[in-house]
Design a protein around this ligand. Structure first.
Ligand code: ADP
Ligand code: MG
Length: 147
């Protein structure tokens, strides 16, 4: 999870990856300071956010599927990771509810991914939240304090 790595084949942190038929655009800050944390738990948060994004994109036409992962330094005190999708988006009153356990809008959903993700980020003294995009879809953000 520590910063300092560069996306392969890129000098500016811009790159692409592929997940479930969706192209993920990476906008990674090239030189980020180190954060302390449990790499496996943070990876679990990323998997939850990415899978939700891919699922949110399933119901929009494939030409309108955009998923962007961005990293940045916030106020010299934390790193921020955001996962933005152009998927179905959240109903406005849902935006805090989705972090509660067992809240799901999916036929086969467990509704645990965001609840677990929030408890992981809380335990790392970070913050996890969501904002609707101005156009379509939503963006989940989390911060992790610098080591
Ligand atoms: N990227 C997203 N776009 C739209 N809705 C989302 C997104 N991520 C999560 N949600 C909403 O939040 C709910 C809870 O998500 P989560 O806790 O991961 O459980 P699950 O994916 O099993 O439903 C989802 O059912 C969905 O309604
Ligand atoms: Mg989920």
């Amino acid at each position: 999870m520590a910063g300092g790595g560069r996306a392969p084949g890129s000098s500016d942190g811009g790159s692409e990856a592929h997940l479930g038929g969706t192209t993920i655009r990476l906008a990674l800050e090239p030189e980020l300071p180190t954060v302390n944390g449990d790499g496996i738990q943070i990876e679990q948060v990323m998997v939850n956010l990415l899978l939700n994004a891919v699922e949110a994109l399933e119901s929009v036409p494939s030409t309108e599927r955009d998923l962007t992962v961005r990293t940045s330094l916030v106020d010299g005190a934390a790193i921020e990771v955001s996962v933005r999708d152009t998927g179905v988006g959240l109903a406005a009153p849902m935006s805090e509810m989705v972090f509660a356990p067992f809240v799901t809008t999916k036929a086969n959903g467990l509704g645990m991914g965001l609840a677990i993700s929030r408890s992981i980020i809380d335990a790392h003294n970070g913050r996890l939240w969501v904002r609707p995009n101005p156009d379509r879809g939503s963006t989940f953000h989390f911060t992790l304090p610098l080591a």
